[in-house]
Write a protein that binds this ligand. Structure first.
Ligand SMILES: Cc1cc2nc3c(=O)[nH]c(=O)nc-3n(C[C@H](O)[C@H](O)[C@H](O)COP(=O)(O)OP(=O)(O)OC[C@H]3O[C@@H](n4cnc5c(N)ncnc54)[C@H](O)[C@@H]3O)c2cc1C
Length: 313
């Protein structure tokens, strides 16, 4: 076994980038967590599966328990999802290997890593066994037509290795990691100024959505830097993506994942974002936003500062 993907799951749900990590490991995966059967059924890139039902996320204990089962693999790949990024360094420590974080590709000879927010791509020779996290939304994968082989693994995570979880609260769409958001409403230069972005930050949660932006909008300060989507920003994979006044530049759309539904509002019917939309609306985006706010009963009043303070206030 030269490579294996370790996929941490919660409540039967796969993390962002799971299939890509499995494909990078040649189809071999160890699925660990709560609801592994259900999660494994949703994996499309696997040829061989080990399922380890291990309850709630406990990265320190899992790392200890997983070590003997993955030590033979020269490359251990995890998706660079929040849980993958949490578990990977603990596995690297337990296996006494280097961690290659934020890879575009990795095998036992060579790794390509993204550095400095996407501005630098480094190539490294891989001299020995490694643990790596693979950036979601970049590699893609081919679904495997045949049913994967399945086997169960009994793990015995040591007690007391992790912090005690007292409560898990549902994420607030206004502040949650965009990478995990199921619905996103994003604005671009076509929104025309900071006030529409303040309104966007109030309208999005009324739709049960997180708000995002293009890099142009974040660079001029209309939206926080951690809210811009794209290859050099956050890589997302929502079910629904609504783009208001966004042209659809390649650096933006390559960070979009594969949304089930895309709605675009743009004055230019031939903008690339309109071409990839299921519903393309030729209209003035700020006016559409105001109409949407009216329909949802969201106040127009704008105030200065970080748009997120509007939402949490
Ligand atoms: C190395 C590099 C990395 C980059 N990384 C990223 C990245 O990660 N993410 C990213 O987003 N960009 C990135 N960019 C920038 C990217 O190339 C585009 O410039 C950017 O995505 C464009 O943002 P935009 O669509 O908001 O603006 P524009 O391209 O200016 O488009 C504005 C759109 O709004 C429409 N519009 C104008 N007025 C209205 C109106 N009243 N109502 C409705 N529509 C209207 C226009 O027709 C147009 O389609 C990167 C660029 C480089 C060089």
């Amino acid at each position: 076994m030269s490579a294996i993907a370790v996929i941490p799951v919660r409540g039967g749900l796969l993390p962002l980038g799971a299939d890509e990590a499995v494909a990078e490991a040649g189809g071999v995966a160890l699925v660990v967590g709560d609801g592994t059967d259900e999660a494994a059924t949703a994996l499309a890139a696997a040829t061989s599966l080990l399922l380890a039902e291990a309850g709630d996320f406990a990265p320190a204990a899992w790392a200890v328990a997983l070590r003997p089962h993955i030590a033979a693999a020269a490359v251990v790949v995890l998706p660079a999802s929040p849980d993958g990024r949490d578990l990977a360094p603990r596995l690297a420590y337990e296996l006494d290997r280097p961690l290659l974080a934020g890879a575009l590709s990795v095998d036992e000879h060579r790794a390509v890593l993204v550095r400095r927010g996407g501005l630098v791509v480094e190539e490294h020779d891989v001299a020995g066994p490694v643990v790596a996290t693979l950036l979601p939304g970049v590699r893609g994968f081919e679904p495997v037509a045949t049913e994967p082989r399945r086997a169960r693994l009994d793990l015995e995570p040591p007690p007391g290795a992790d912090a005690e979880v007292l409560d898990v609260t549902p994420p607030d769409p206004a502040t949650m990691d965009l990478a995990e958001a199921r619905r996103i409403v994003a604005g671009g230069a076509g929104l025309g100024g900071p006030e529409p972005f303040e309104l966007l930050a109030r309208v999005a949660p009324a739709l049960g959505a997180s708000f995002g932006a293009s890099r142009v909008a974040a660079d001029v300060g209309w939206a926080p830097q951690d809210r811009f989507i794209g290859t050099t920003g956050v890589v997302v994979d929502p079910d629904l993506y609504i783009a208001l006044g966004i042209s659809g530049a390649v650096q933006h759309v390559t960070g979009l994942g594969q949304p089930d539904h895309v709605i675009a509002v743009n004055t230019d019917a031939s903008a690339p974002m309109m071409a990839m939309a299921d519903l393309a609306i030729v209209a003035d985006a700020p006016a559409v936003l105001v109409a949407l706010a009216d329909r949802l009963g969201v106040a127009h009043t704008a105030s200065s500062g970080d748009p997120r303070s509007e939402v949490s206030a």
